[in-house]
Design a protein around this ligand. Sequence first.
Ligand SMILES: C[S@@+](CC[C@H](N)C(=O)[O-])C[C@H]1O[C@@H](n2cnc3c(N)ncnc32)[C@H](O)[C@@H]1O
Length: 251
Amino acid sequence: MDPIAPLPVDMGRLFDCLAPRYERINHLLSLGFDLYWRWRLAKCVCRQRPRRLLDLATGSGEVIRSLLRARAVTGEIVGIDLSKEMLQEAHRKGVSNVYLGNAEELPFADQSFEAVTVAFGLRNFYRRDRVLQEVKRVLVPGGRFYILEFSLPYPCLRSVYFAYIETLGPWLAKKHGLPPEPYHYLARSIRGFLSARQLARLLVEHGFEAVGFRRFTGGIACLHWATKPTAVFGSEHRAVWKDAGPARCGG
Ligand SMILES: C[S@@+](CC[C@H](N)C(=O)[O-])C[C@H]1O[C@@H](n2cnc3c(N)ncnc32)[C@H](O)[C@@H]1O
């Protein structure tokens, strides 16, 4: 098995059991930074202002709410997730247009979205390559893909950071009446995930161009962006994977 592939656990069931407490524990564990990271994602999408956007692994709809607040999309936003309970949380928070479905087999026609987002989802996809192919299929030529994901923090922060999430995550889960295992999995999955450069390279290998990324909060989270080429032949897969400032996000 690919050493950086996620564990073959039933993601839908895992998140069904976390759903009622997911957001609260997230905010506590990240000290509220998760809201800031999603806001940065929404600001980046604002530069494009797509008409139709798909949010993968939409969960309780936090990305959709950030996009709506930032008025980042001029038309429709659609969300898709494997977990029924997470989607029910989204409904409870007033987010509609969210569907039960697998990012590995998207139930949408070719070239039906101008943008696709995914926040804290890519790490959990079992067939990551398949998801990247699907994203490329549903994007229009010139459409943009945005990935917000945990990453390895800078080396000087790493041991403190992992000690923090490995201790506090399971403790918070127990305090909220949840099993601690998903939070042990969280730390393992972050350690085993691609570095920012590896993820940029993977996007280029899948035929995306104008790939870039920006690290946030000591490298704890990272936002990648990439474009589906407009020309089938003769397009150069240009990689721009040095840290870029917000002005260059998506540009
Ligand atoms: C950590 S949550 C992130 C939720 C949301 N994007 C956010 O920013 O809060 C990961 C979500 O990915 C979903 N998920 C995992 N694998 C999936 C797949 N193959 N297709 C669709 N959703 C998936 C889970 O059900 C869960 O809701």
